[in-house]
Write a protein that binds this ligand. Structure first.
Ligand code: 5GP
Ligand code: MN
Length: 344
Protein backbone atom coordinates (compact mmCIF):
# COMPACT_ATOMS: atom_id res chain seq x y z
CA UNK A 1 0.00 0.00 0.00
CA UNK A 2 1.10 3.52 -0.74
CA UNK A 3 1.03 6.44 1.68
CA UNK A 4 -1.64 8.99 0.80
CA UNK A 5 0.68 11.79 -0.27
CA UNK A 6 -1.79 13.88 -2.27
CA UNK A 7 -4.50 15.64 -0.20
CA UNK A 8 -7.85 13.85 -0.33
CA UNK A 9 -9.59 17.17 -1.07
CA UNK A 10 -7.47 17.59 -4.22
CA UNK A 11 -8.20 14.04 -5.35
CA UNK A 12 -11.94 14.50 -4.78
CA UNK A 13 -12.08 17.82 -6.61
CA UNK A 14 -9.99 16.53 -9.52
CA UNK A 15 -12.29 13.49 -9.78
CA UNK A 16 -15.37 15.73 -9.84
CA UNK A 17 -13.89 18.04 -12.45
CA UNK A 18 -12.90 15.09 -14.58
CA UNK A 19 -16.54 13.97 -14.76
CA UNK A 20 -17.50 17.39 -16.09
CA UNK A 21 -14.57 17.56 -18.52
CA UNK A 22 -14.43 16.58 -22.16
CA UNK A 23 -11.39 18.31 -23.56
CA UNK A 24 -8.12 18.21 -21.65
CA UNK A 25 -4.85 19.88 -22.55
CA UNK A 26 -1.69 18.72 -20.81
CA UNK A 27 1.21 21.17 -20.76
CA UNK A 28 4.80 20.62 -19.67
CA UNK A 29 8.00 22.64 -19.51
CA UNK A 30 10.43 24.00 -22.10
CA UNK A 31 13.11 21.55 -23.24
CA UNK A 32 11.04 18.62 -21.99
CA UNK A 33 13.01 15.95 -20.15
CA UNK A 34 12.09 12.35 -19.36
CA UNK A 35 9.89 13.32 -16.44
CA UNK A 36 8.10 16.11 -18.34
CA UNK A 37 7.37 13.62 -21.11
CA UNK A 38 6.71 10.67 -18.80
CA UNK A 39 4.24 12.47 -16.55
CA UNK A 40 2.44 14.16 -19.45
CA UNK A 41 2.13 10.99 -21.50
CA UNK A 42 1.32 8.89 -18.43
CA UNK A 43 -1.64 11.17 -17.73
CA UNK A 44 -2.47 11.32 -21.46
CA UNK A 45 -2.86 7.54 -21.73
CA UNK A 46 -4.98 7.45 -18.60
CA UNK A 47 -7.32 10.22 -19.80
CA UNK A 48 -7.68 8.52 -23.18
CA UNK A 49 -8.79 5.38 -21.34
CA UNK A 50 -11.44 7.60 -19.74
CA UNK A 51 -12.65 8.60 -23.25
CA UNK A 52 -11.50 12.21 -22.96
CA UNK A 53 -10.21 14.27 -25.85
CA UNK A 54 -6.60 14.85 -24.78
CA UNK A 55 -3.74 16.86 -26.26
CA UNK A 56 -0.22 17.26 -24.91
CA UNK A 57 1.49 20.55 -25.73
CA UNK A 58 5.11 21.41 -24.93
CA UNK A 59 6.91 24.69 -25.77
CA UNK A 60 9.64 23.13 -27.92
CA UNK A 61 11.20 19.89 -29.14
CA UNK A 62 12.05 16.98 -26.88
CA UNK A 63 15.27 14.97 -27.29
CA UNK A 64 15.68 12.15 -29.82
CA UNK A 65 16.10 9.52 -27.11
CA UNK A 66 12.51 10.09 -25.94
CA UNK A 67 10.89 9.80 -29.37
CA UNK A 68 10.12 6.10 -28.84
CA UNK A 69 7.74 6.91 -25.97
CA UNK A 70 4.16 5.79 -26.65
CA UNK A 71 2.19 8.89 -27.63
CA UNK A 72 5.27 11.08 -28.26
CA UNK A 73 4.42 11.46 -31.93
CA UNK A 74 1.03 12.99 -31.01
CA UNK A 75 2.57 15.82 -28.97
CA UNK A 76 2.10 19.35 -30.28
CA UNK A 77 5.18 21.59 -30.19
CA UNK A 78 4.18 25.17 -29.49
CA UNK A 79 7.02 26.69 -31.49
CA UNK A 80 6.01 24.67 -34.59
CA UNK A 81 2.23 24.68 -34.39
CA UNK A 82 1.31 27.82 -32.52
CA UNK A 83 -2.08 28.30 -34.16
CA UNK A 84 -3.23 24.76 -33.53
CA UNK A 85 -1.98 24.88 -29.93
CA UNK A 86 -3.62 28.27 -29.23
CA UNK A 87 -6.95 26.85 -30.35
CA UNK A 88 -6.55 23.66 -28.29
CA UNK A 89 -5.75 25.69 -25.17
CA UNK A 90 -8.59 28.16 -25.76
CA UNK A 91 -11.12 25.31 -26.29
CA UNK A 92 -9.99 23.14 -23.36
CA UNK A 93 -12.22 22.50 -20.33
CA UNK A 94 -9.24 21.57 -18.19
CA UNK A 95 -5.50 22.28 -18.44
CA UNK A 96 -3.12 20.04 -16.52
CA UNK A 97 0.27 21.65 -15.86
CA UNK A 98 2.83 18.93 -15.25
CA UNK A 99 6.41 19.07 -13.97
CA UNK A 100 6.69 22.87 -13.72
CA UNK A 101 5.85 25.38 -11.01
CA UNK A 102 5.46 28.70 -12.84
CA UNK A 103 4.29 30.03 -16.20
CA UNK A 104 7.79 31.40 -16.83
CA UNK A 105 8.92 27.78 -17.37
CA UNK A 106 6.72 27.39 -20.48
CA UNK A 107 7.82 30.59 -22.25
CA UNK A 108 5.29 32.03 -24.76
CA UNK A 109 2.81 29.29 -23.99
CA UNK A 110 2.51 30.80 -20.50
CA UNK A 111 0.42 33.76 -21.59
CA UNK A 112 -2.02 31.57 -23.52
CA UNK A 113 -2.42 29.21 -20.55
CA UNK A 114 -2.84 32.15 -18.19
CA UNK A 115 -5.65 33.61 -20.24
CA UNK A 116 -7.46 30.35 -21.00
CA UNK A 117 -10.92 29.91 -19.49
CA UNK A 118 -10.22 26.26 -18.59
CA UNK A 119 -9.89 24.94 -15.04
CA UNK A 120 -6.21 24.57 -14.24
CA UNK A 121 -4.51 21.83 -12.30
CA UNK A 122 -0.85 21.60 -11.30
CA UNK A 123 0.89 18.29 -10.63
CA UNK A 124 4.53 18.99 -9.85
CA UNK A 125 7.48 18.40 -7.55
CA UNK A 126 9.39 21.70 -7.82
CA UNK A 127 9.41 23.82 -4.66
CA UNK A 128 7.58 27.15 -4.41
CA UNK A 129 4.69 26.82 -6.89
CA UNK A 130 3.32 30.04 -8.39
CA UNK A 131 -0.37 30.76 -7.93
CA UNK A 132 -2.01 30.09 -11.32
CA UNK A 133 -3.87 26.79 -10.80
CA UNK A 134 -7.03 26.07 -8.81
CA UNK A 135 -5.89 22.58 -7.85
CA UNK A 136 -2.24 22.45 -6.79
CA UNK A 137 -0.72 19.03 -6.19
CA UNK A 138 2.79 20.24 -5.39
CA UNK A 139 5.06 17.68 -3.71
CA UNK A 140 8.79 18.51 -3.70
CA UNK A 141 9.38 15.49 -1.46
CA UNK A 142 8.51 13.17 -4.35
CA UNK A 143 11.36 12.55 -6.79
CA UNK A 144 9.40 12.74 -10.03
CA UNK A 145 6.14 14.16 -11.34
CA UNK A 146 5.62 10.83 -13.07
CA UNK A 147 5.42 9.16 -9.66
CA UNK A 148 2.78 11.74 -8.66
CA UNK A 149 0.78 10.90 -11.77
CA UNK A 150 0.89 7.23 -10.80
CA UNK A 151 -0.30 8.13 -7.31
CA UNK A 152 -3.07 10.34 -8.70
CA UNK A 153 -4.41 7.61 -11.00
CA UNK A 154 -4.36 5.06 -8.15
CA UNK A 155 -6.06 7.39 -5.69
CA UNK A 156 -8.81 8.08 -8.23
CA UNK A 157 -9.33 4.31 -8.20
CA UNK A 158 -8.20 3.56 -11.73
CA UNK A 159 -5.04 1.49 -11.35
CA UNK A 160 -6.74 -1.39 -13.15
CA UNK A 161 -7.29 0.78 -16.18
CA UNK A 162 -3.66 1.85 -16.48
CA UNK A 163 -2.28 0.52 -19.78
CA UNK A 164 1.16 -0.87 -20.49
CA UNK A 165 1.86 2.25 -22.60
CA UNK A 166 0.92 4.53 -19.72
CA UNK A 167 3.05 2.49 -17.33
CA UNK A 168 6.05 2.72 -19.68
CA UNK A 169 5.79 6.52 -19.71
CA UNK A 170 5.52 6.75 -15.93
CA UNK A 171 8.50 4.43 -15.45
CA UNK A 172 10.58 6.52 -17.87
CA UNK A 173 9.96 9.69 -15.87
CA UNK A 174 10.70 8.02 -12.55
CA UNK A 175 13.91 6.55 -13.96
CA UNK A 176 15.26 9.70 -15.61
CA UNK A 177 14.52 12.07 -12.69
CA UNK A 178 16.45 9.83 -10.30
CA UNK A 179 19.42 9.07 -12.59
CA UNK A 180 18.24 5.46 -12.91
CA UNK A 181 17.45 5.34 -9.17
CA UNK A 182 20.84 6.63 -8.03
CA UNK A 183 19.65 9.85 -6.34
CA UNK A 184 16.42 10.99 -4.63
CA UNK A 185 15.51 7.34 -4.70
CA UNK A 186 15.62 5.99 -1.16
CA UNK A 187 11.87 5.87 -0.65
CA UNK A 188 10.67 2.28 -0.38
CA UNK A 189 7.48 3.21 -2.15
CA UNK A 190 9.34 3.94 -5.39
CA UNK A 191 10.15 0.24 -5.61
CA UNK A 192 6.61 -0.78 -4.76
CA UNK A 193 5.41 1.45 -7.62
CA UNK A 194 7.98 -0.09 -9.97
CA UNK A 195 6.67 -3.55 -9.12
CA UNK A 196 3.16 -2.33 -9.90
CA UNK A 197 4.35 -0.95 -13.24
CA UNK A 198 6.04 -4.25 -14.06
CA UNK A 199 2.72 -5.96 -13.40
CA UNK A 200 1.42 -3.95 -16.36
CA UNK A 201 3.93 -5.70 -18.61
CA UNK A 202 6.61 -3.03 -18.97
CA UNK A 203 10.17 -4.15 -19.76
CA UNK A 204 12.25 -1.84 -17.57
CA UNK A 205 15.54 -3.08 -19.02
CA UNK A 206 14.33 -2.24 -22.50
CA UNK A 207 13.28 1.24 -21.39
CA UNK A 208 16.74 1.78 -19.90
CA UNK A 209 18.36 0.80 -23.21
CA UNK A 210 15.96 2.98 -25.22
CA UNK A 211 16.82 6.03 -23.15
CA UNK A 212 20.51 5.61 -22.40
CA UNK A 213 22.03 3.44 -25.12
CA UNK A 214 20.87 5.06 -28.31
CA UNK A 215 23.46 7.80 -28.58
CA UNK A 216 25.43 8.77 -31.68
CA UNK A 217 29.14 8.38 -32.27
CA UNK A 218 29.35 12.21 -32.21
CA UNK A 219 28.12 12.28 -28.62
CA UNK A 220 30.75 9.83 -27.48
CA UNK A 221 33.53 11.76 -29.24
CA UNK A 222 32.24 15.00 -27.68
CA UNK A 223 32.27 13.31 -24.28
CA UNK A 224 35.87 12.20 -24.85
CA UNK A 225 36.85 15.77 -25.71
CA UNK A 226 35.09 17.11 -22.62
CA UNK A 227 36.80 14.63 -20.31
CA UNK A 228 40.20 15.30 -21.82
CA UNK A 229 40.14 19.06 -22.22
CA UNK A 230 37.04 20.79 -20.92
CA UNK A 231 36.60 19.74 -17.32
CA UNK A 232 38.08 21.86 -14.57
CA UNK A 233 38.22 20.52 -11.03
CA UNK A 234 38.32 22.83 -8.00
CA UNK A 235 39.63 20.53 -5.24
CA UNK A 236 39.54 23.30 -2.60
CA UNK A 237 35.77 23.66 -3.02
CA UNK A 238 34.96 20.04 -3.89
CA UNK A 239 33.54 21.20 -7.20
CA UNK A 240 34.03 20.84 -10.93
CA UNK A 241 32.90 22.48 -14.13
CA UNK A 242 32.47 21.63 -17.80
CA UNK A 243 32.06 24.28 -20.48
CA UNK A 244 31.43 24.09 -24.23
CA UNK A 245 31.20 26.89 -26.78
CA UNK A 246 29.02 26.90 -29.89
CA UNK A 247 32.12 26.48 -32.05
CA UNK A 248 33.19 23.35 -30.19
CA UNK A 249 29.68 21.92 -30.39
CA UNK A 250 29.65 22.58 -34.12
CA UNK A 251 32.98 20.78 -34.53
CA UNK A 252 31.34 17.67 -33.08
CA UNK A 253 28.15 18.00 -35.18
CA UNK A 254 26.21 18.58 -31.97
CA UNK A 255 22.49 17.92 -32.05
CA UNK A 256 20.09 18.61 -29.16
CA UNK A 257 20.51 15.98 -26.48
CA UNK A 258 24.13 15.09 -27.30
CA UNK A 259 25.37 16.68 -24.08
CA UNK A 260 22.59 15.23 -21.93
CA UNK A 261 23.96 14.01 -18.61
CA UNK A 262 27.43 15.53 -19.05
CA UNK A 263 26.83 17.60 -15.91
CA UNK A 264 26.73 14.40 -13.85
CA UNK A 265 30.11 13.12 -15.01
CA UNK A 266 32.31 15.12 -12.56
CA UNK A 267 30.24 13.82 -9.65
CA UNK A 268 31.85 10.42 -10.20
CA UNK A 269 35.11 11.92 -8.88
CA UNK A 270 35.35 10.96 -5.21
CA UNK A 271 35.75 14.44 -3.74
CA UNK A 272 33.41 16.31 -6.07
CA UNK A 273 30.09 17.29 -4.49
CA UNK A 274 29.00 20.05 -6.86
CA UNK A 275 29.16 20.18 -10.62
CA UNK A 276 28.30 22.74 -13.29
CA UNK A 277 27.94 22.56 -17.05
CA UNK A 278 27.91 25.68 -19.24
CA UNK A 279 26.70 25.23 -22.79
CA UNK A 280 26.75 28.19 -25.12
CA UNK A 281 23.43 28.54 -26.96
CA UNK A 282 22.48 31.06 -29.65
CA UNK A 283 21.61 33.96 -27.35
CA UNK A 284 22.69 32.82 -23.88
CA UNK A 285 24.63 30.26 -21.92
CA UNK A 286 22.54 27.39 -20.58
CA UNK A 287 23.61 26.45 -17.08
CA UNK A 288 23.08 23.03 -15.47
CA UNK A 289 24.01 22.37 -11.86
CA UNK A 290 24.11 19.14 -9.87
CA UNK A 291 25.10 18.30 -6.31
CA UNK A 292 25.28 15.33 -4.03
CA UNK A 293 24.17 15.51 -0.40
CA UNK A 294 22.91 18.69 1.18
CA UNK A 295 24.42 21.34 -1.08
CA UNK A 296 21.51 23.45 -2.44
CA UNK A 297 22.31 23.93 -6.10
CA UNK A 298 18.86 25.48 -6.65
CA UNK A 299 19.93 28.34 -4.35
CA UNK A 300 23.16 28.72 -6.32
CA UNK A 301 21.15 28.73 -9.59
CA UNK A 302 18.79 31.46 -8.41
CA UNK A 303 21.54 33.57 -6.86
CA UNK A 304 23.89 33.56 -9.85
CA UNK A 305 22.07 32.28 -12.93
CA UNK A 306 18.49 33.55 -12.79
CA UNK A 307 17.21 29.99 -12.41
CA UNK A 308 16.06 27.43 -9.91
CA UNK A 309 15.09 23.79 -9.59
CA UNK A 310 15.72 21.11 -7.00
CA UNK A 311 18.22 20.79 -4.17
CA UNK A 312 20.43 18.39 -6.16
CA UNK A 313 19.51 19.31 -9.76
CA UNK A 314 18.97 22.84 -10.95
CA UNK A 315 19.63 25.12 -13.87
CA UNK A 316 19.44 28.61 -15.22
CA UNK A 317 20.59 30.97 -17.94
CA UNK A 318 23.49 33.39 -18.23
CA UNK A 319 23.50 36.39 -20.54
CA UNK A 320 27.11 37.31 -21.19
CA UNK A 321 30.34 35.72 -22.39
CA UNK A 322 31.52 32.26 -21.42
CA UNK A 323 34.38 33.81 -19.45
CA UNK A 324 31.93 35.94 -17.50
CA UNK A 325 29.80 32.87 -16.74
CA UNK A 326 32.87 31.03 -15.46
CA UNK A 327 33.95 34.06 -13.39
CA UNK A 328 30.46 34.19 -11.87
CA UNK A 329 30.62 30.50 -11.05
CA UNK A 330 34.05 30.87 -9.42
CA UNK A 331 32.81 33.83 -7.40
CA UNK A 332 29.94 31.65 -6.17
CA UNK A 333 32.33 28.83 -5.30
CA UNK A 334 34.35 31.19 -3.12
CA UNK A 335 31.23 32.28 -1.26
CA UNK A 336 29.93 28.76 -0.81
CA UNK A 337 33.30 27.13 -0.06
CA UNK A 338 32.53 26.73 3.67
CA UNK A 339 29.30 24.89 2.89
CA UNK A 340 30.89 22.82 0.13
CA UNK A 341 33.68 21.64 2.38
CA UNK A 342 31.62 21.17 5.55
CA UNK A 343 31.32 17.58 6.84
CA UNK A 344 33.13 16.14 3.85
P1 5GP B 1 18.74 20.56 -16.46
O1 5GP B 1 20.09 20.78 -15.90
O2 5GP B 1 18.46 19.10 -16.68
O3 5GP B 1 18.43 21.42 -17.66
O4 5GP B 1 17.71 21.04 -15.36
C1 5GP B 1 17.62 20.43 -14.12
C2 5GP B 1 16.50 21.05 -13.34
O5 5GP B 1 16.81 22.41 -13.09
C3 5GP B 1 15.17 21.09 -14.08
O6 5GP B 1 14.41 19.95 -13.79
C4 5GP B 1 14.52 22.32 -13.55
O7 5GP B 1 13.90 22.04 -12.32
C5 5GP B 1 15.67 23.24 -13.23
N1 5GP B 1 15.97 24.25 -14.27
C6 5GP B 1 16.71 24.08 -15.39
N2 5GP B 1 16.81 25.21 -16.08
C7 5GP B 1 16.11 26.13 -15.40
C8 5GP B 1 15.82 27.53 -15.62
O8 5GP B 1 16.26 28.16 -16.58
N3 5GP B 1 15.05 28.14 -14.69
C9 5GP B 1 14.57 27.48 -13.58
N4 5GP B 1 13.81 28.17 -12.71
N5 5GP B 1 14.82 26.19 -13.35
C10 5GP B 1 15.57 25.52 -14.24
MN1 MN C 1 10.63 16.36 -12.88
Amino acid sequence: MLTKIIDQANIDLFGEWLKETEKVVIVSHTSPDGDAMGSSLGLYHFLISQKKTVNVIVPNAFPEFLKWMPGAKDITLYNHDKEKADKLVADADMICCLDFNGLKRIDDLGLVVKEAKARKVMVDHHPFPDDFCSIVMSHPEISSTSELVFRLICRLGYFDEMTKEGAECIYTGMMTDTGSFTYNSNSQEIYYIISQLISKGIDKDDINRNVYNTYSECRLRLMGYVLHSKMKVYPESHSAMIWLTQEELKNFNYVKGDAEGFVNIPLSIKEVKFSAFFREDTNMIKVSLRSVGEFPCNKFASEYFNGGGHLNASGGEFYGTMQEAIDTFEKGLKKYEPLLTANN
